[in-house]
Design a protein around this ligand. Structure first.
Ligand code: HSE
Length: 295
């Protein structure tokens, strides 16, 4: 009648895949306990780690849980306890992890009536509370694992993309605040055709490279000519961090989701750790505080 789950952090966009591509991080995530109770309804009974609302309708985990609850209308209720390890606003899918965790846990306790795509659809309702728009590029990888491509939100269609064996991510989170809504508001509504051509060529070849374990092609594809030039201005020392990571062997680097976290991908754990050191070096010369993760 109770399940404890780990709900992973995720990196959305992955350079050239704005709003559609994402991957899941296997060692950083929230811990949640979901419990079936007699009293009907959804109850957020504990939130630890960060100061977030416990009112069901104001908590992303509560909102996604309610979406599923209303669809099933079961003869019981659910209590949700959340141990937040992912800092809200860090750019590695904090709200997505909460939104996904509650519906995943409830689905298990109900005997798995829903598939992964249906779970993602419920989670979209929770995520929308945090980001004010319905997108699933952080949600889908948290539910499916690995890399996912959200082919369409309405109707929801998610494709799972294979993960090359030896691929590692390094994340640095400079502790500055960037609101997703602001990071979206600064984007141009129209982009030059030549940039779009470059972007979809990179995106297509990245997907091909992930399918074929082609590391040199991953390296040649991890570029973002549309979003990064605008958003990178919001992240102090972004160019320095990126250049340091590339110089120390990263396949590529970019903004994680809407930032401020910066991700790099590397072939092998050794390189990923070298890249971590290189990224740390940049911020340790400034007064900006940061965390790093290698997954
Ligand atoms: N794709 C989204 C964005 C992810 O970059 O705005 C952040 O929620």
């Amino acid at each position: 009648n109770e399940i404890k789950i780990f709900s992973p952090a995720t990196v959305a966009n992955v350079a050239c895949g704005f709003d559609v591509l994402g991957f899941c991080l296997d060692t950083i995530g929230d811990e949640m306990t979901i419990r079936k109770v007699d009293k009907k309804g959804i109850f957020i009974t504990k939130v630890e780690g960060f100061n977030l609302p416990t009112e069901t309708e104001l908590n992303v985990a509560g909102v996604s849980a309610l979406a599923m609850y209303e669809a099933v209308n079961p003869d019981c209720g659910f209590e949700i306890e959340i141990r937040k390890n992912i800092k809200p606003g860090s750019g590695i899918g904090s709200s997505a992890a909460s939104a996904v965790g509650s519906v995943f846990g409830m689905n298990e306790l109900l005997g798995k009536p829903f598939n992964k795509t249906e779970l993602t659809a419920f989670a979209i309702k929770g995520e929308a509370l945090a980001s004010q728009c319905e997108h699933a590029d952080n949600l889908a990888p948290a539910i499916f694992g690995g890399f996912t491509l959200v082919k369409s939100v309405s109707p929801l269609e998610v494709l799972q993309i294979p993960v090359p064996n030896n691929l590692y991510a390094t994340i640095i989170h400079p502790q500055i605040e960037i609101k997703t809504s602001e990071a979206r508001a600064i984007l141009p509504k129209q982009v030059p055709l030549q940039d779009v051509i470059t972007q979809w060529s990179n995106f297509g070849s990245l997907i091909h490279a992930l399918h074929t374990n082609d590391y040199p092609l991953i390296k040649r594809s991890l570029h973002d000519v549309i979003i990064e030039p605008h958003r990178s201005k919001l992240i102090p020392y972004f160019d320095d961090v990126k250049q340091a990571a590339l110089k120390h062997g990263a396949l590529g680097s970019g903004i994680s989701g809407s930032g401020p976290s910066i991700f790099s991908l590397s072939e092998g754990i050794e390189k990923a750790k070298n890249v971590e050191e290189a990224m740390i070096n940049v911020y340790s010369k400034t007064n900006i505080k940061f965390d790093t993760y290698v997954c």
